[in-house]
Ligand binder design. Structure first.
Ligand SMILES: Nc1ncnc2c1ncn2[C@@H]1O[C@H](COP(=O)(O)OP(=O)(O)OP(=O)(O)O)[C@@H](O)[C@H]1O
Length: 447
């Protein structure tokens, strides 16, 4: 018979057994790592996991993260991430890594988990970019029995909600041509540069006839809601506006108000910097959907056909490509106009009479908006915005002034001395220019 002490190994023999076991494991691991390529190893690991995973009644959806904040915070959520990007109106609240949240939809319990996984960056084209990327996604788990309902109604509901949040949080951008086009001619390539568009103009602050304002807003909303209509009638989903009127009457302010109203980015294009139709095409193809393209002072840049005359080079008469009116029109309503959706094109001009009739043809400019000098309604709104005077008060205190305004088309330059800031009377620029040429007495203000 063996005694118990014979079975009891000494600590030194236990330690040497452990050391040799670890050494052989490490050797085996090194051999495996050397012999089996990484993708096959990953596949084998995934296969083992799948084989030995406990059968579950839960289904898990993986939803990639594309921004958007939380609309709900569950009672069991312990850690939340809060940040506020510059320019954004609200703070955004997000789940922290591996945090969970429970939601309920029509009596179905849904569990959300926010997962962050470090992934090795594999960029064959740019070997200098090594390191790792973090993949962020949500896992949504629920009972498999409710798969149809969750996929057909809960998920679309959540995605719509996320879209709406992104829309309200969106910081608008204003794009202009980069160095290539700024301060000099633009020679190909696309280099739109953007800055945050923080223009405060809105339809509420804009002095315009109320009916005119409503008509523009309604037109914009109708345009946005008519995707199917445009498709049905075979037209590109775009709309053209022509804003015309004297300088300083609010054309740019209206563009900003439209952008703020629709939450569309603005692309500001100076045609005088574009040298050829093909350059224009490249730039316009690079414009995102749901955006406003503004071509300001179109009357100044519309002498298009002879922009760049034929030139002599090495004794040969070379005709260079040009920016032509027909090229421009082609982008407005020709074949190229169909590249992109939900686009708004706005031309502004101080001299509508100088524009080529081809540009004004019905269908090209869907709506023409005349921005003219201040009317009674405009004045009331500006007085209220700038001076905080209500309409009732205004009528009472400035009755006599309003009487004059009702009948005077152009106003002289007025600066209210006792109030902070100046009151931007429409037509100020125009009347100011009178002081350079015409004498005030000669101003064409008429009763
Ligand atoms: N209708 C208006 N409502 C509110 N503010 C206005 C209006 N018109 C002019 N302003 C004020 O006057 C300033 C000049 O207006 P804006 O630049 O929009 O005019 P514009 O018609 O685009 O001028 P230009 O033709 O010279 O480009 C703006 O800062 C704005 O505050």
């Amino acid at each position: 018979m063996f005694s118990a002490s014979e079975f009891m190994a000494s600590p030194s023999s236990l330690f040497s057994a452990y050391a040799s076991f670890m050494a052989s494991m490490m050797l085996a691991r090194t051999i495996l790592n050397d012999l089996i390529p990484k993708p096959i190893r990953a596949y084998l690991v995934a296969l083992f996991r799948r084989l030995f995973k406990a059968k579950t009644s839960q289904l898990t959806l993986v939803i990639e993260e594309h921004g958007g904040g939380l609309t709900k915070i569950g009672p069991h959520t312990d850690r939340l991430k809060i940040d506020k990007c510059p320019g954004k109106k609200r703070i955004s609240i997000r789940l922290e890594k591996d945090e969970r949240l429970t939601d309920s939809y029509d009596g179905i319990e849904l569990k959300w988990k926010f997962v962050c996984v470090e992934q090795e960056r594999s960029n064959n084209r740019d070997s200098s970019r090594t390191g790792s990327d973090t993949r962020r996604f949500f896992e949504l788990s629920f009972d498999k029995r409710h798969k149809e309902k969750i996929l057909s109604s809960y998920v679309p509901y959540v995605l719509d909600k996320a879209k709406a949040i992104r829309k309200t949080d969106r910081v608008l951008k204003m794009f202009t041509l980069g160095n290539n086009g700024r301060g000099g001619p633009y020679y190909g390539g696309s280099n739109w540069e953007s800055i945050n568009l923080e223009h405060p103009s809105t339809f509420e602050t804009l002095a315009m006839e109320p009916e005119q304002k409503e008509a523009v807003k309604e037109d914009l909303v109708r345009f946005l809601n008519r995707k199917e209509f445009y498709k049905r009638v075979g037209r590109a989903w775009k709309r053209g506006y022509l804003l015309y009127g004297p300088p300083g009457t609010g054309k740019s302010s209206l563009v900003a108000a439209m952008a703020n109203y629709l939450k569309f980015d603005v692309y500001d294009l100076q045609l005088s910097n574009i040298m050829s139709d093909s350059d224009l095409r490249k730039l316009l193809l690079d414009i995102a959907n749901r955006s406003i393209l503004v071509i300001e002072d179109i009357d100044c840049s519309i002498d298009l056909p002879d922009r760049l005359p034929a030139s002599e080079e090495n004794g040969k008469n070379i005709t260079r490509p040009q920016l032509t009116l027909s090229g421009l029109l082609n982008f407005i309503d020709g074949l190229w106009s169909s590249c992109g959706d939900e686009r708004i094109i706005i031309f502004t001009t101080n001299h509508v009479e100088k524009l080529d009739p081809a540009l004004l043809r019905p269908g090209r400019m869907d709506m023409r908006i005349h921005m003219s000098y201040c009317t009674f309604h405009g004045f009331v709104l500006l007085a209220s915005n700038y001076l905080g005077i209500s309409e009732a008060n205004l009528s009472h205190r400035y009755c006599h002034v309003l009487e004059e305004i009702k009948v005077v088309d152009r106003l002289p330059y007025i600066d209210p001395p006792e109030h902070e800031g100046s009151l931007p009377l429409k037509g100020r620029k125009a009347t100011r220019s009178n002081s350079y040429g015409d004498s005030p007495g000669k101003s064409d203000g008429k009763a």
